[in-house]
Design a protein around this ligand. Structure first.
Ligand SMILES: C[S@@+](CC[C@H](N)C(=O)[O-])C[C@H]1O[C@@H](n2cnc3c(N)ncnc32)[C@H](O)[C@@H]1O
Length: 268
């Protein structure tokens, strides 16, 4: 396991074991209307029953359980065994069958090509240094016209290092920063102990478009709260949008691409 993988595995094991807000399973109330909770924008089809869904870097028993109760065939892949334990335990408790795989989002070789209708990825690309192999793997495992829904930390949010004495946010990290991000004084939207990377928009959005995925929508979830006290993350959200959410679709493979893929994958 690479250094970034083992550091993030440890961090997320710790977050899951200590009951973090980001390691919380879907509630009964959420399970009453799973698709609405998963997707307030209508990006998903009206039903996901019997569809094959990959919840990527998505341990913790939230996305997997919601897709599971909505009738999908769910696979969850995550680097943290403690996060995956939550999926396993909650699936068992609800009588759902969910496949869990411990692995890294940028190496999906244990999954066959063209086997998923939906790949759903919550905020997690900040934990890998290079998006190119990950996008290539997502494009490979999606079926033609399959949907890729993802959320990412915005680069500007990751550039903030601290606040000045007037509670203004200081951009202390260069946009072209390479390598793991330094620890910051302002830790909002950062997980302490994690090894995180800043991805520029040309990598987050352009990288996706360069990998056979067609962008259909892009949103910036609003985290601004005009009533929040200055120390709260809702105040920070008034100045810097923390996230980017995208819907993309797998471009149908050409005849040539299909031939190449089967040449690679068909045993001699
Ligand atoms: C923000 S959490 C997402 C899960 C949570 N269910 C949610 O709704 O927010 C990010 C996840 O990414 C996982 N992760 C970090 N690095 C990873 C990697 N290289 N490959 C796969 N998963 C990774 C963490 O273990 C964690 O479960």
């Amino acid at each position: 396991m690479s250094e970034y993988q083992s550091s993030n595995r440890q961090t997320w094991n710790h977050l899951a074991d200590s009951g973090s807000l980001f390691a919380r399973v879907a509630t009964d109330e959420e399970c009453q209307k799973p698709l609405k909770v998963l997707d307030g924008r209508g990006w998903l089809p009206p039903s996901v029953a019997d569809l094959d869904v990959l919840c990527l870097a998505s341990g913790g028993g939230w996305q997997s359980i919601l897709y599971g109760v909505a009738g999908a065939n769910v696979t969850v892949l995550d680097i943290s065994e403690s996060m995956l334990l939550l999926d396993d335990q909650e699936a068992k408790r609800r009588g759902l069958s969910i496949r869990t795989i411990q692995g890294s989002m940028d190496d999906l070789r244990m999954l066959d090509s063209s086997t998923f209708d939906i790949v759903h990825q919550p905020v997690s690309t900040c934990y890998i240094p290079d998006l190119v192999p990950m996008y290539a793997e997502i494009a490979r495992v999606l079926r033609d016209d399959g949907i890729y829904i993802s959320q990412h930390k915005q680069p500007t949010s990751l550039q903030i290092s601290h606040r000045n004495e007037r509670h203004q946010f200081v951009i202390g990290v260069e946009y072209y920063h390479q390598g793991p991000l330094p620890r910051q004084i302002d830790e909002s939207y950062r997980e302490s102990g994690a090894t995180e990377y800043l991805h520029r928009l040309e990598d987050l959005v352009g990288g996706l478009a360069r990998t056979g995925l067609i962008l259909e929508d892009l949103r910036e979830p609003v985290r601004a709260n005009p009533k929040a006290p200055v120390t709260h993350y809702g105040y920070r959200g008034r100045f810097v949008a923390p996230y980017l959410r995208m819907k993309a679709r797998r471009r149908p493979r050409s005849g040539d691409e299909q031939a190449r893929a089967s040449a690679i994958w068909t045993p001699e």
